[in-house]
Design a protein around this ligand. Structure first.
Ligand SMILES: NC(=O)c1ccc[n+]([C@@H]2O[C@H](COP(=O)([O-])OP(=O)(O)OC[C@H]3O[C@@H](n4cnc5c(N)ncnc54)[C@H](OP(=O)(O)O)[C@@H]3O)[C@@H](O)[C@H]2O)c1
Length: 185
C-alpha cells in the first residue's frame, strides 16, 4: 500500500468552473457547509499541495505543512517566506522529492488546485471530493480541470478510473453537495 494517500478537493459551478472570468473564486461559490467540510479535511491532512494562487486562507493555514507549485525555482526548495512551505517545480523534481523536503513521507495529502495542479494528480487520486453548486453559473470562467468544459468534471474523473460514491448534502438551501470519487480497488 502506498505510504501517501492522495485526495483532491474542489467546489465547482454548474458549468464546471472553479473561478470566474477574472480568475477569482467569487463569493457566490462560497458556502458555509462546504467551507466547514473543506476546513475539517485540511485540518486532518498531513500535507497540502496547491499552485501559487490557490492558498486556502483559513485561520489554521499558518499551521499547515504545504507544497506550493511554482516555476519560480528549478526543482525543490524551502519557501523563504514560510517555514511550513516547500516550493516545487514539477519540471525539475518528482513529487516524492518535494514531499521529502517537506518532511512528509506518509499520511494524507490534500490537493486543492488550481486546474493544472489538479490535472497533475489525475491518475493518483485515491479519492477526489467534488463539491457542486448547481445554482451557480460562471460563464467564461476558469474550468476546474484540464479537458473541461469539452467534458464535464465528472466525465474527466471517470476517464481517470474514479467512480462516484454517495453524495452528501452540505448546504441544503443552495443544493450544494459533495461526491467522493474513489479509485476502484
Ligand atoms: N473553487 C475551488 O474549489 C478552487 C480551488 C482552487 C483554486 N480556485 C481558484 O482558482 C484560481 C487560481 O487558479 P490559477 O489558475 O491561478 O491556479 P494555481 O495553480 O493556483 O496558480 C497558478 C500558478 O501555480 C504555478 N503552477 C501551476 N501549474 C504549474 C506547473 N505545472 N508547473 C509549475 N508551476 C505551476 C504557477 O506559479 P508561478 O507563477 O509562481 O510559476 C502558476 O502561475 C483562484 O481564484 C483560486 O481561488 C478555486
Amino acid at each position: 500500500m502506498p505510504a501517501l494517500r492522495i485526495e483532491g478537493y474542489v467546489i465547482v459551478s454548474a458549468d464546471g468552473m472553479l473561478a470566474n472570468a477574472d480568475g477569482v473564486m467569487p463569493d457566490e461559490l462560497k458556502f458555509e457547509g462546504d467551507k466547514k467540510f473543506f476546513t475539517a479535511a485540511l485540518d486532518r491532512a498531513d500535507l497540502i499541495v496547491h499552485g501559487r494562487n490557490s492558498y486556502e486562507d483559513q485561520p489554521n493555514s499558518p499551521l499547515r505543512t504545504r507544497i506550493i507549485v511554482t516555476r519560480r525555482i528549478g526543482a525543490v526548495a524551502p519557501d523563504p517566506s514560510n517555514p511550513k512551505a516547500t516550493l516545487w517545480n514539477p519540471a525539475g523534481a518528482a513529487f516524492e522529492a518535494a514531499c521529502d523536503v517537506a518532511g512528509v513521507r506518509s499520511g494524507t495529502v490534500a490537493i486543492i488546485g488550481g486546474p493544472s495542479v489538479f490535472g497533475m494528480f489525475m491518475d493518483r487520486y485515491d479519492t477526489f471530493w467534488l463539491s457542486q453548486a448547481p445554482r451557480v453559473r460562471l460563464p467564461g470562467g476558469e474550468p476546474c480541470f484540464p479537458g473541461v468544459p469539452e467534458r464535464s468534471p465528472q466525465e474527466v474523473l471517470a476517464a481517470h478510473g474514479l467512480k462516484a460514491g454517495d453524495a452528501q448534502i452540505l448546504d441544503p438551501a443552495d443544493g450544494v453537495s459533495v461526491t467522493p470519487w474513489r479509485r476502484a480497488a
